[in-house]
Design a protein around this ligand. Sequence first.
Ligand code: GAP
Length: 455
Amino acid sequence: MANDLMEKIISLCKRRGFVYPSSEIYGGFANIYDFGPLGSLLAKNIRDVWIKKMVQERNNMYLIDGSILMHPKAWEASGHTAAFTDPLIQCPLCKKRFRADKLEGWELEKDNQTGKWNVLNQGSLICPDCNGDLIPEVKEFNLLMTTSVGSVEGEKTKVYLKGESCQNIYLDFLPIRDTMGAKIPFGIAQIGKAFRNEITLGKFLFKVREFEQMDIEYFCSPEEAKKLYEEWKNIRFNWYIDTIGLSKDRLRWRQHSSQERIFYARDAWDIEYKFFDDFDELEGIHDRSDYDLKQQGKFSGKALDYFDPVSKTRFIPNIIECSGGLQRTFLAVLSESYQEEKVNNEKRVFLKIKPSLSPYKVAVFPLVANKDNLTEKAENVFNLLKPEFMTMWDSIGNIGKRYRRQDEIGTPWCITIDYQTLEDDTVTIRDRDTMEQQRIKIEEIIIWIKEQLHA
Ligand code: GAP
């Protein structure tokens, strides 16, 4: 059933322009995807509600939009060049690569400082793909992607694509402290790209090599860190329920064990969501101590500290990190909202997305397409709504088919211009979830939709 749902979502995403495999005319590329016209709007709406709740509605949050390329020393300081590794086993026969820790019966432990993986228990040596014999040799595989910067061949500098989007937040702590008058506790927020040479992929958008992270790094005094950590856990968990519309019973917490936790983190919890079969990570919330600023300070030679004018003390701020994935939130929204039901013995598929996230808010139809006066009136309504909301026009096929097309992409309201409209300037507005219709005046449509969006 769960796999069935995933297949249905993948098919809908392709058919209706939510997600396309990247470079599909070349057979796709490296588990990378493009958001299509509908997917771009859904992704944008997720970013917008994140920024609204996490930045606009808070007092002490600074939004940045950092570059992808950074000084390579920053990745040495963060430990990524040495320790951002997965344990790799490659089948000598079919050449397929696997994460050893995901193979049946294998148990491994990572040294988070060196990136070395120690085998605690050697499991199955049968290749899951071709049934050939695996050689029990585990290699450390670094996930960072590289490119080079410079215009003179031979003098180019090797640089890294961001393995995690947040790293430049740590570097921008200093200019934000100095130029924005930021007072601790404060946060820096960013939605940005991350790139990882993941060994194992699959599950559609869940694990990809290029993705976006929605990050908050919250800078605070060591004394406040524990309390603020709990506050941020609540804020982020509730965001997925109240703002994104995920159901509470498909969300849960998972604490990292002391072996799994990175050595400098004081505590680490994941928010997990039941995507299809299993619960899996949606966002990580970590109490990172003062490690990040200390390391970047050490490598850059700059004092990344803070002087508290009240206590008259200088200290390196602690960081609470909330790092969520845009693609995973996108997938969660689709798997939560995909609905099927029987209407008049026919299957109706609809996406019960929160209207604030729906790619299109409203669709406008003339009741019949070949009547000039109806089409003209409908065009007037369409032109009235377009500056206010993402509005779709549809005049193809019968009204029932048009409703179904909008249901499938999650459009919450459909407006039909009929013969009565020509007499009294009222239209029908039909609700996606209940399929009920009501008549309202054209002059009231905008305010009506705005009220529903803010309800
Ligand atoms: N700065 C912290 C950090 O990067 P992470 O747990 O590795 O932590 C944070 O990543 C979030 O980014 C995850 O919870 C997930 O939502 C998303 N993410 C990580 N790897 C991903 C991948 N390969 N594909 C899609 N999303 C990914």
